[in-house]
Design a protein around this ligand. Structure first.
Ligand code: AOS
Ligand code: ZN
Ligand code: ZN
Length: 386
């Protein structure tokens, strides 16, 4: 297979998981700008996700968030997903909204609250059984706001104990993906603040536990690709929550703030063999001021472009330049790939997949945005960017 053919083949097999919550109204703690026609239930979220996959061809799975996507019949939800050409992906737990979780959930000083949190995680694993999901995605808002509020070590012990119980529950082929976040909503300590903490817990838990790198969860200037390379090298990179940030966990469209960083991350994924293995490429973003479906399509396209550039890196020339200590040549090899306009290549790949080469234009022309507004809100005008 020629190199270009291999790149195209890889781009055809790429899968970017879209988050159910990105289709619904969400925003910042200051304001949620509600948009007309957003899904009213998880079934309609899958309808919209089906459109993203229909036009991009590389978004076949949809992450759920429990309880936001709790339904009576998960088999029916899975069947509905299949009707829309998609499948249910990761199940995201939520131990950050209940009043009981004011001082934390799985790390809470009160055993009864910890029990409630672990029971919720066990419920999520039960849902995975029903939907056939592989991944349980865990992000804990747990932490403290003031020195002395709670004991840092004891919170780690509680975390380890709760995770171990859930880990034991995992079935055949199921995984636990532990996501870290530097801060927010806790501001003094976060109980899983960085990749080292997440990695240490996953190492202790076992093979099925891996780390999720959310690209918005680091201090400014963090070399995220170094973390990716290190976790891949240890076989502990479970996946990504892709989004963009300018300042903090901004949850903007993936690739919109720093496409060069996204390219460097994807290069380390390709270099580390993560592209063909079990690394989950998930989006985790919210669309407060822009149309949701088009923003998700744009995000998928941005991930594709970064991936295509990473796949075009001349690995042989780069290795040779690195071995020679030829700093400028090695940098030039990487920059050549980054500076390649891969949109024609992606248009070709989409054409070969039987898709419109321009998914964004095709989506906007299909009238789905207008249709769902008419159906879901009865005649209101379609919102901006529908
Ligand atoms: C929170 O900041 C984390 O990124 C979570 O992955 C996610 O945003 C939250 O669980 C909502 O899905
Ligand atoms: Zn995330
Ligand atoms: Zn986040």
């Amino acid at each position: 297979m020629t190199e270009l053919a291999a790149v195209k083949a890889a781009l055809r097999t790429q899968a970017v998981e879209t988050p159910s919550w990105a289709y619904g109204n969400s925003g910042t703690r200051f304001k949620v700008f509600a948009q007309a026609g957003v899904p009213r239930d998880p079934f309609e979220k899958l309808d919209d996700a089906g459109k993203v996959h229909e036009f991009t061809g590389v978004a076949p799975t949809v992450a759920l968030h429990i309880p936001w996507d709790r339904v009576d019949d998960y088999a029916a939800l899975s069947a509905h997903a299949a009707d829309r050409g998609v499948r249910i992906g990761a199940v995201n737990s939520n131990t950050f909204q209940d009043d009981d979780y004011r001082l934390g959930s799985i790390c809470h000083p009160d055993a009864a609250v910890r029990r409630k949190a672990v029971d919720h995680l066990l419920e999520c694993v039960g849902i995975m059984d029903a939907t056939g999901s592989r991944d349980l995605k865990l992000w804990f808002a747990d932490g403290t706001n003031y020195p002395g509020q709670d004991d840092i070590r004891s919170r780690q012990d509680r975390l380890a104990e709760g995770l171990a119980e859930v880990y034991e529950r995992l079935g055949e082929g199921q995984r636990m993906l532990l996501e870290y976040k530097l801060f927010e909503p806790a501001f003094y300590t976060t109980d899983v603040p960085d990749w080292g903490t997440a990695y240490a817990h996953c190492l202790k838990l076992g093979e099925k536990a891996k780390v999720v790198v959310d690209t918005g969860h680091h201090a400014p200037g963090t070399n995220i690709e170094f973390i990716v390379a290190s976790l891949l090298r240890e076989g502990k990179l479970g996946g990504f929550d892709f989004n963009s940030r300018f300042y903090a966990d901004d949850d903007l469209m993936a690739g919109a703030a720093d496409p060069f960083q996204l390219f460097r991350i994807m290069y380390e994924v390709v270099r580390g063999g993560g592209f063909s293995s079990d690394v989950a490429f998930m989006l985790d973003q919210c669309h407060n001021i822009e149309g949701k479906i088009p923003a998700i399509i744009r995000s998928v396209m941005n991930v594709q472009e970064a991936t295509a550039k990473a796949l075009l890196v001349d690995a042989e020339a780069l290795a040779a330049a690195q071995a020679d200590g030829d700093v400028l040549e090695a940098n030039a090899v990487l920059m050549d790939a980054y500076n390649t306009d891969v949109r024609p290549l992606l248009r070709e790949v989409r054409g070969e997949m039987g898709l419109d080469p321009e998914p964004m234009k095709a989506y906007r022309a299909c009238g789905w945005g207008e249709k769902v507004v008419a159906e879901r809100v009865g005649g209101q005008q379609a919102g901006w960017g529908a």
